[in-house]
Design a protein around this ligand. Structure first.
Ligand code: EPU
Length: 339
């Protein structure tokens, strides 16, 4: 194992903010990770596991060790009728894994095409888009306890998934490194999920009446590329905020005052609000302060035009939260992890 000192994080986080880590190392197997976690230096300094760096904002230099998961590999582990169980290692790029599934006609993750980040980061915030969440196909998560170095299997129920939430963000936060995930997908699927309006509209535009999973994947890729900035060209971490979920009674009052408010029904007497709409109504869409900005096509996304520091992006997010609170009385929560 090799530790690098004063390591730039600009190219390994999708915000591309100019920050440094005191030390950096990576692992390509569970046994390498064991070696790293047992190293004496880990007792002296704080450390953090990083995946694709697509859901994190460093607001300053990191005074510890960044350990990056680079375990690669995808394998079919079991087939039962039309069910197929596929294990993907944590360091695989999520989108590459989706493309593997689509090309083999294994259905279930096609709506999650083009989500940045790695497979290992997926379960932490239960990645989701266009009517599908990772929890819908996740069978098992394999993770190493950073203290005992034991490998544990978490079933879908063990993970306690919620909207952009899981046990790995809650009671087990910081205790495990996700090594691999196993998904239960469907071979040669007969059905696709086009419940999200923009997906069915895009398929119509594409002139496709009976879509395959490859068509749905293509539609999602088209939508995402037209609305969401490519992190390789413009630094960002996808949705910066969560869509707030409020009680139906509070929603009714807001709707009286703002009849055009965009919302979706949520579970248990709640309504989910489109945070992008709230932010846009406050006049933030397309605004720029120095090199930090609110994206011009999707107000839920904060961007780095070049040299923004993590602190500048954080400060912008605080201003956005303040105006939404003032205008709508709704508290936005950051989805991106602040370090
Ligand atoms: N809207 C606006 N202005 C905006 C953005 C959105 O008015 O600037 C309104 C529009 O009415 C639009 C509606 O909000 O129809 C919903 O917008 P969109 O379909 O873009 O979805 P979203 O709720 O803004 C969520 C996820 C995205 C995911 C999409 C599609 C969260 C925090 N974000 O965004 O996830 O791709 O749905 O399922 O739940 C991510 O997590 O990084 C991410 C991009």
């Amino acid at each position: 194992m090799k530790f690098h000192e004063n390591y730039p994080l600009k190219d390994i986080t999708t915000f591309h903010a100019k920050v440094y880590a005191k030390d950096y190392t990576e692992f390509i197997s569970a046994s390498e990770l064991k070696g790293i976690l047992s190293a004496p230096i880990l007792k002296e300094k704080p450390f953090m596991i990083l995946g694709g760096g697509s859901n994190v904002l460093f607001t300053g230099d990191y005074n510890g060790i960044i350990i990056r998961n680079a375990i690669k590999g995808i394998e079919v582990i079991r087939e039962e009728g039309s069910d197929i169980y596929i294990k993907a290692n944590g360091g695989e790029k999520w989108h590459d894994f989706v493309m593997y599934c689509v090309s083999h006609n294994y259905g279930g993750v096609e709506n999650l095409s083009l989500i940045p980040g790695t497979v290992g980061a997926g379960p932490i915030q239960n990645i989701g888009a266009y009517g599908v969440e990772l929890k819908d196909t996740l069978f098992e998560v394999q993770a190493m306890n950073i203290h005992t170095l034991e490998v544990k299997e978490f079933s879908n129920a063990d993970c306690k998934f919620g909207y952009r939430d899981s046990i790995f963000k809650g009671e087990e936060k910081g205790k495990y490194v996700i090594l691999a995930v196993t998904l239960k997908l469907e071979r040669n699927p007969k059905k696709v999920n086009v419940s999200y309006g923009t997906v069915s509209k895009e398929l119509e535009v594409m002139g496709i009446a009976n879509p395959t999973i490859a068509d749905v994947s293509k539609a999602v890729i088209n939508i995402r590329s037209s609305k969401l900035p490519d992190p390789e060209k413009l630094g960002n971490a996808g949705s910066f905020f969560k869509n707030p979920v409020i009680a139906n009674s509070a929603f009714e009052k807001l709707k009286e005052k703002f009849p055009a408010i965009v919302s979706f029904p949520a579970h248990g007497g709640h309504t989910k609000l489109a945070a992008g709409w709230l932010i846009e109504q406050c006049g933030w869409k397309g605004k720029r302060i120095g090199d930090a900005g609110v994206h011009k096509d999707q107000a839920l996304v904060l961007v780095n035009y070049g040299d923004a520091t993590g602190k500048e992006i954080y400060d912008l997010s605080t201003e956005v939260i303040k105006s939404v609170k003032e205008k709508f009385g709704v508290e936005l929560e950051r989805e991106v992890n602040m370090i």
